[in-house]
Unconditional design. Structure first.
Length: 68
């Protein structure tokens, strides 16, 4: 778990390759205040995500009711 303030950006990734990420994202790479590395980040692009504060969902990306 990490602490994130309002307006901060989180980049979820499997492996930290700072040089490769900086090249891929270009100038916007510096916009991410937090890099969260985990082998649990193993998705194919059509998976939903929910961000929790404790047990309360505070942000959703995608539709958690749809698989694929």
């Amino acid at each position: 778990a990490i602490s994130v303030s309002t307006g901060e950006d989180i980049l979820l990734l499997r492996d930290v390759d700072a040089a490769g990420l900086a090249t891929y994202f270009g100038d916007c790479y510096a916009e991410f205040e937090h890099l969260a590395e985990s082998d649990g980040v193993n998705f194919n692009g059509d998976d939903p995500f929910e961000l929790y504060n404790g047990n309360i969902v505070i942000e959703t990306y995608g539709d958690v009711e749809v698989s694929g």
